[in-house]
Design a binder for this molecule. Structure first.
Ligand SMILES: NC(=O)c1ccc[n+]([C@@H]2O[C@H](COP(=O)([O-])OP(=O)(O)OC[C@H]3O[C@@H](n4cnc5c(N)ncnc54)[C@H](O)[C@@H]3O)[C@@H](O)[C@H]2O)c1
Length: 316
């Protein structure tokens, strides 16, 4: 049977994710949904008309849904569901400012996903990311390994881009890593960063690394401040689409994602940004990375910061 992926929310993040997924040409069907009548249908029609030019056969299906669940029949049989529904930040806002409004949206979406696509792997991108991932798992009742969030692929890509730009080298020469939460307690991991296989610390002064770490942590806000009317979506959609592809292809690729941590790094019972092996069942396993003492301490701090907030989402 051909693969099917659903993207919930046809805003900037959702529509660019649907485009990338369709252009991979590995799915039979990409479903795009939104509550704004006609928007997902119009975008789907437009994307389908790009098929002869871009040369892909994947069909894009647009569907308007409502809170009562009408329209959701179209997502039945989805292998993967990407949840992008929710408000983005405005300049000066933190991701946590979106908590209450997006919790209502994400809870409603999750209940409908559980009803209509009970076997799907769910990839959450709505912000605040760590909390919305935890809420999606609660509201769907899915096994924890089948619900994960997108943050680390994007944050790592931003870090890699900044390092490559600074050194004037191709992005493919650079490997970086960020763990922790998608927010103030993001944990860039310089000890695991390399340029052409050499440790980053050997090719860049410590103060420059620190500067790029700070820029990475504020990477989303930097784009929001420039755009003024919304948040980033090209790099974010690339991240979510790659994760969905890894799940659909059961690839076993290891990516930094927001995953349920159960004892790794001495941390348990929380959704946190860690490296994980992805496959058809979602997170096959969390992959522990060697960390320096300060990096491990920062990761544990990040876990405690998100743990308290994740406990609160049960009541939202
Ligand atoms: N995880 C990350 O790294 C990351 C990066 C960028 C943005 N984001 C988040 O992704 C989300 C979407 O961002 P965007 O730029 O696409 O925003 P957007 O405003 O362009 O699109 C959001 C869409 O969601 C739709 N929507 C609202 N309620 C819905 C519901 N119940 N069902 C279906 N659709 C619904 C809206 O109608 C809108 O079209 C935001 O919460 C943003 O903060 C996350």
């Amino acid at each position: 049977m051909g693969k099917k992926v659903t993207v919930v929310g046809a805003g900037f993040y959702g529509s660019t994710t649907a485009q990338r997924l369709a252009e991979y040409d590995v799915f039979d069907t990409v479903v795009l949904t939104d509550i704004i009548e006609g928007k997902p249908e119009g975008l789907a029609l437009d994307l389908n008309q790009s098929r002869p030019i871009e040369g892909f056969e994947t069909k894009v299906v647009g569907a308007t849904t409502s809170a009562d669940g009408s329209g959701y029949e179209v997502i039945a049989g989805s292998d993967v569901v990407v949840v992008t529904a929710g408000l983005p930040r405005k300049p000066g806002m933190s991701r946590m400012d979106l908590l209450e409004v997006n919790a209502k949206i994400v809870r409603g979406v999750s209940e409908n996903v559980a009803r209509h696509a009970p076997d799907a792997v769910v990839i959450v991108v709505s912000n605040p990311l760590d909390e919305m991932t935890a809420l999606t798992q609660l509201a769907t009742g899915f096994p924890r390994s089948r619900v994960l969030g997108q943050a680390g692929v994007l944050d790592t890509a931003r870090f890699t881009h900044f390092v490559a730009e600074e050194l004037g080298v191709p992005v493919r020469s650079v490997k970086t890593l960020t763990l922790g939460s998608h927010g103030d307690t993001m944990v860039p991991v310089p000890s695991q960063c390399t340029v052409d296989g050499k440790p980053l610390a050997d090719v860049m002064p410590a103060d420059k690394i620190d500067e790029l770490v700070v820029r990475t942590r504020n990477g989303g806000a930097e784009v929001v401040a420039l755009l003024k009317t919304g948040s980033a979506y090209y790099a974010p959609s690339a991240a979510a689409a790659r994760m969905a592809k890894a799940v659909a292809e059961d690839s076993g690729e290891v990516w930094p994602v927001c995953a349920w941590v159960d004892g790794e790094y001495g941390i348990a019972g929380v959704y946190l940004g860690v490296q994980a092996e992805l496959g058809a069942t979602g997170v096959r396993k969390v992959v522990e990375t060697p960390l320096t003492e300060p990096e491990l301490a920062s990761l544990r701090e990040a876990a405690e910061a998100v743990r308290a907030k994740q406990a609160d989402v049960a009541g939202l």
